[in-house]
Design a protein around this ligand. Structure first.
Ligand SMILES: [Mg+2]
Length: 299
């Protein structure tokens, strides 16, 4: 992660910024944010926690008058399923407004190996993304040109074995994300990063590409689909090591919202590559930074 941060485009926004100053200006702009023409919003810890909405998130996002894309590292669900969840919370969202790390992974494979046969490891979201990208999916390592490995609650040892066989045979190995844990209502479960690690131990190598945040891929896909340059899009997230670092790497200003993983103490010790442009307690801090229909009423 530190290797990537050295190359992060937005990292130098934090140079010379004093940690104590950052800690003291919660709720104030601490970096440069120009006119914002769109939002890219993280989901877990920002819009929902488990099935339920984060307080104030839905009312504020409904008032935003610029386009919103929802970008998630979680590859297990299809964009359709994510959009349906968001609609159930009261948001007006289409599948096309949702970008998953499975889609970014499939796009990376399609670009490098058009029409490839891909060993699909993960949930429905992984299979769906590969087919959508014009790739062939297989559940066996034999003849696989690439492996796309994402989280799925039913991924088992036999699936990881197929991945290891394919990787050892020379398949191009793409991870949707490397989050080691997955928050659940009963605690922290092994996330995709833990399952990737199992294949690493069996093969002695690491994935050729990781597409989820903190890689900039999801943000750049959002920028492309919106036709708006990264500097005019605001990334909203609850984690410094994924959402904010990815936004900085994409050259996108970012807002850290303290309704999820990161707290003030984390901001105080963040590396320059992981420093957000703005810190807010909850999404009621967005109006004024982002065009909304009710700029004052929610503050
Ligand atoms: Mg999150």
């Amino acid at each position: 992660m530190t290797d990537r941060s050295a190359a992060a485009g937005g990292g130098d926004r934090g140079e010379g910024r004093d940690d104590d100053v950052i800690a003291d200006v919660i709720g104030d702009v601490v970096g440069d944010i120009g006119p914002i023409e769109a939002l890219v919003c993280d989901l877990d810890g920002v819009v929902y926690r488990g099935p339920a909405a984060v307080p104030h998130a839905v009312e504020v996002l409904r008032s935003v008058t610029v386009p919103i894309r929802y970008a998630t590292n979680n590859a297990s669900r299809t964009p359709d399923a994510v959009a349906e969840h968001l609609r159930s919370l009261g948001l007006d969202v289409k599948a096309a407004d949702v970008i998953t790390s499975a889609q970014a992974g499939a796009a990376a494979i399609a670009e490098r190996l058009p029409g490839a046969r891909v060993l699909a490891i993960g949930g429905e979201g992984v299979h769906h993304a590969l087919l959508e990208a014009g790739l062939e999916t297989t559940s066996r390592s034999d003849g696989a040109d690439a492996v796309l490995q994402g989280y799925g609650s039913r991924v088992c040892a036999a699936d990881l074995a197929e991945a290891a066989y394919a990787v050892r045979a020379g398949a191009w190995w793409v991870a949707t994300n490397t989050d080691t844990t997955l928050p659940s209502d009963r605690g922290l479960a092994p996330g995709n990063g833990a399952l990737i690690r199992a294949v690493e131990l069996a093969t002695g190598r690491s994935p050729d590409r990781v597409c989820g945040k903190p890689s900039p891929d999801l943000y750049l896909v959002a920028s492309d689909s919106l036709g708006i340059e990264p500097a005019r899009i605001l990334a909203v997230g609850d984690r410094l090591d994924t959402d904010v670092e990815g936004a900085n790497a994409a050259g996108m200003p970012s807002v850290l919202v303290l309704t999820g993983v990161a707290d003030r103490a984390a901001v105080r010790t963040a590396t320059p590559a992981q420093r957000p442009s703005l810190i807010i307690d909850d999404l009621r801090g967005l109006p004024g930074v982002v065009p909304t229909s009710t700029p004052r009423a929610l503050g």
